[in-house]
Design a protein around this ligand. Sequence first.
Ligand code: ASP
Length: 446
Amino acid sequence: MPLLKSSGDEKLNWAIVIHGGAGSDPQKWNDAKTKIREAGLNRALSAGRDALANGTNALDTVELVIRILEDDAAFNAGRGAVLTKEGNVELDASIMDGKTRACGAVAGVTATRNPINLARLVMTETPHVLLAGKGANQFAEQQNVPLVAPDYFLSKARFPENEPHFGTVGCAVLDSDGNLAAGTSTGGTSKKLPGRVGDSPIVGAGTYAANDTCAVSGTGVGEEYIRNSVAYDVAARMRYANESIEDAVTVIMQKTLQTGVGGIIALSKDGKIVMQHNTPGMSCGAADSTGRFETHLILKDGGSPLSNEPTDATNPSRTQTQITDLLLQQVKDWNQGNIDAFMKPYWNSDQLTFSSGGKVTRGYAKTLQGYKERYPDVKTMGTLGFEKLEFQALGNDAMQVLGTWKLARDSQPMEGRFTLVLRKFPEGWKIIHDHTSKTPEDEVQE
Ligand code: ASP
């Protein structure tokens, strides 16, 4: 059983994050609605936590948790699903196994009590990924899954027609074997055209899981999630651009999707949980093996890591930790011989300035090229260390960092000083200027 490290020092070996839909401001709800939502989230999250603590695998846990939410009329999935323009339910769901990338989904089912269960059966019992409409209903009958009569669906009673809080449900899990899984289930959008399919049953749009990166479930205006391949984009940013899960979700929530569109829950392979929304509220919750257990109807500043912390001038320690982590990661990447990863915290812009040994290089590409020329192999790269970091805030979103660097290697060990200027971008802190010199004396030539 692999033991993964959480941000603290405690061992983390499983984690779970759930959502119950993004939408309206919960501060405007009445007490009854607030209570049933909170109770529903707590019930589902507790069941997921207990299952994982008892060794249940990721896929089973996702299905279990979503079934509970589907049976709860407080959510727009299963029992509480919203109605189409014609007054019927058409339910969508999907599930994905991060270990094998097997997935299954159903769209537009009308009588299945637990669409997530049917989605799982599409995955395991057919060679297909998505069954829709009539065929999906027939498949439900063949598989003997619990079917219900139309009056089982309580939408009208629970959700006034103008209720903008969507209430889709989703779950992402990391189990104690290091496997990820995700699932999503919904009644879709209220008064949708019959036959309309949203993102929830579309793997890569509303749901995605792959063990090398993350597990994701989205909620919001499904058409936007499909257009932008949202769930897959979180994983792709991590996989190809080396972004952290938090950076990946933040960029999508703040840049790709327009404000008011929805929310994302995501869980990385090392147990990092991200919950963000750009709507007024999102029902969600997170738990892990360190004892974390929390549910929310709204996250401060939509869960954004950028705006929910006090400004840097008033919270220097948080900023210093973030930047120190960034520099430590750089040292690690350098010492693994990975110059591309080492360059990641640099501003990817033509305006980056890099000054070393009296020579000024402008732009990310040229700086990267310069590093690669000067350090063509691991031997030349040696072992890097940073020491004596000093931080000076330059306003709220810029920081100057002074320090010393050392390069231990067989031939010609070196050391020197550096002055970095970092600025805070939507995707996080980036080095916009790096002035490096050797000690005791600056040399003009490299
Ligand atoms: N994404 C869902 C859909 O468009 C709705 C929601 O998440 O609220 O079907």
